[in-house]
Ligand binder design. Structure first.
Ligand SMILES: Nc1ncnc2c1ncn2[C@@H]1O[C@H](COP(=O)(O)OP(=O)(O)OP(=O)(O)O)[C@@H](O)[C@H]1O
Ligand SMILES: [Mg+2]
Length: 269
């Protein structure tokens, strides 16, 4: 796969302005009149504009909940949540979301699935259709615009879902284990594709994964959540240069970062 996943001169995230600001985010769910269930205890970190941040943590620790809070899909019990300088209290136009399952509409063609978010916005003009086609080309699906989801492989469906998440040019891309259902080889291809897209769109990405290697390979920063109720177990700056290629996975630096994440998760000593 071509390795163009970093544009020349991309601003280092360290120097970039803050795009997402999370302070003392806490989430509890009310189970009954007398019982509250604390999913997230206390999470604080900043998201630099254009950065790629992975959330890594054990099952049930609150990662999906945190993504939903960042997108305004659920309201945190307390804490400060700001995206692009605005308090997040309801779903906002700045984000696109992709999930583990592509969730495509089977009765719609590939192109019409990608255009769906724009239909909801009442904008399916020529410019938007061109953008949808350009995105499909970017993910290697040129020529498949009129196919139906059932005629595509799982990896191809996930590429369509990625285009759908990007079609309204979101500043923030929220991804919840988007490659979890793919085989290892397709997964690695999708990781490179995502870095490529990130370089071309300059979107800020918050990416949930269970895979330590995936988190290290993709990210500027890996935020490790503790087991529920979540606090930050470690905040790992990934100093590996972009563009990243498969060889880097075998470097001592990569292994050390994986080891550190493993320690934060309590897997290794
Ligand atoms: N609407 C809800 N009402 C009550 N409890 C909830 C609700 N949503 C999530 N939870 C609970 O909050 C905790 C965190 O859930 P969440 O889905 O965020 O975990 P996760 O880290 O994404 O897990 P996984 O890695 O398995 O996807 C879980 O124990 C879950 O049961
Ligand atoms: Mg989840």
């Amino acid at each position: 796969m071509e390795q163009s996943n970093q544009p020349p001169g991309r601003r280092q995230p360290d120097a970039a302005p803050t795009f997402g600001h999370f302070r003392n985010v806490r989430q509890q769910f009310r189970l009954s009149a007398h019982t509250n269930f604390v999913a997230i205890e206390d999470i604080s970190f900043d998201l630099k504009a254009g950065s790629f941040v992975s959330l890594l943590g054990p099952s049930g620790c609150g990662k999906t909940t945190f993504l939903k809070i960042a997108g305004g899909l659920i309201r945190a019990s307390s804490g400060v949540i700001q995206i692009n300088g605005h308090d997040v209290t309801e779903p906002h136009a700045d984000f696109g979301m992709a999930f583990q399952q592509p969730n495509l509409m089977p009765w719609r063609t590939v192109l019409k699935n990608v255009l769906f978010p724009m239909e909801l916005r009442g904008d399916t003009g020529a410019g938007v259709r061109r953008r949808a086609r350009d995105l499909l080309k970017l993910v290697g699906l040129e020529g498949f615009e009129d196919y139906y989801p059932a005629q595509l492989s799982g990896g191809m469906q996930q590429r369509v879902a990625l285009c759908r998440a990007l079609v309204h040019e979101p500043k923030l891309l929220l991804m919840d284990e988007p490659f979890g259902a793919l085989d290892e080889l397709t997964r690695m291809e999708m990781q490179d594709l995502l870095l490529d897209i990130r370089a071309k769109t300059s979107a800020t990405i918050m990416f949930v994964t269970h895979s330590i290697a995936e988190a290290v390979y993709l990210s500027d920063v890996v935020v490790v959540f503790s087991k529920r109720p979540a606090v930050i177990a470690d905040y790992i700056d990934v100093s590996l240069a972009y563009p990243r290629s498969a060889e880097i996975r075998y470097s001592a630096e990569f292994t050390e970062l994986e080891h550190r994440a493993g320690r934060a998760l309590g897997i290794t000593q």
